[in-house]
Design a protein around this ligand. Structure first.
Ligand code: AMP
Length: 281
């Protein structure tokens, strides 16, 4: 496995792969790898001859009061996990390499769908994400890029960016990988105290409860959301940011389920903000 730190070297490697007719699958991450990330690598591996995984904690997508400076950095373990998952290249540019002048004056903004859900409580977050992902797409030049449904809104926004800007990348979304007790895997789970970790299973349980209601024929969003909120609020340290039922494509709130929807939630446990979601079709 190669570790590449410069844009120039990354571009040269990708150009050589293209010349040999190899498809490049790309998995962008912020490191602190877990099985969620590795599941994306697995899919990329199956669909491409080569796989690039990037590790870059992108300051542009963190708010001033968010966890940029303390975001977990676990380089050595990340390299071991990436190598054993079959990654060909870890692209890990430093801050200076990605942003020689900071902040950049040119950014990529997807409007509308970024105003809702996480965009409503994390102003500027998605602009940071689309800007860095657009830059990474230009550098790595992948055929396909893989994103987790765990960050459903993010995957939707990136897919839209690629479509609107004619970026020649096939954006794919892969299922959420969970811990044995149902908690969606996340690099941020390691911030949780033992008791918060125990309580955090209320998120997947609330989604499960919603699915049960849906499966018994409930199509009104109000009773579904009410049941979920009640379940989450039964955990003393949970503070809800949002619990919403939205159209799968435009993320507008839905009152009666008539087509595919996403149930999405963000909940604080102390300072740690966790997200999870479920698609109902
Ligand atoms: P991050 O390092 O948190 O920015 O995540 C990098 C990629 O991994 C994003 O596309 C995430 O959606 C995806 N990802 C993170 N957690 C999971 C998970 N539990 N299951 C599937 N994909 C995930």
């Amino acid at each position: 496995m190669l570790i590449i730190e410069t844009i120039e070297e990354m571009r040269a490697w990708s150009a050589a792969q293209k010349k040999s007719g190899n498809r490049i699958g790309f998995v962008p991450t912020m490191g602190c790898l877990h099985d969620g990330h590795l599941s994306l690598v697995n899919i990329a591996r199956q669909q491409n001859q080569t796989v690039v995984l990037s590790i870059f904690v992108n300051p542009l997508q963190f708010g001033a009061s968010e966890d940029y400076s303390i975001y977990p950095r676990t380089e050595e373990t990340d390299h071991e996990l990436a190598a054993s998952a079959g990654v060909d290249v870890v692209f890990q540019p430093g801050f200076q390499e990605m942003y020689p002048v900071y902040p950049p004056l040119t950014t990529v903004q997807v409007s509308g769908i970024t105003d809702r859900l996480c965009g409503a409580s994390r102003h500027g977050h998605f602009n940071g994400v689309t800007t860095v992902v657009c830059k990474l797409f230009q550098i790595v030049a992948p055929d396909s890029a893989y994103f987790g449904q765990k960050d459903y809104q993010q995957a939707l926004v990136i897919r839209r960016m690629a479509r609107d800007l004619d970026l020649p990348v096939h954006v794919q979304m892969a299922p959420i990988i969970r811990e044995a007790d149902g908690l969606a895997m996340s690099s941020r789970n390691r911030y949780l105290t033992e008791s918060q970790r125990r309580e955090a299973i209320c998120l997947s349980q609330a989604l499960k409860l919603a699915k049960e209601l849906f499966d018994t024929g409930e199509r009104r969003s109000a009773p579904i959301l009410e049941a979920m909120i009640k379940r989450i609020q039964a955990s003393p340290s949970a503070v809800i940011d949002y619990v919403e039922l939205c159209d799968l494509e435009n993320l507008e709130p839905v009152e009666i389920i008539e087509g595919p929807v996403v149930l999405a939630l963000a909940v604080f446990f102390g300072k740690t903000r966790l997200i999870d979601n479920l698609i109902l079709e």
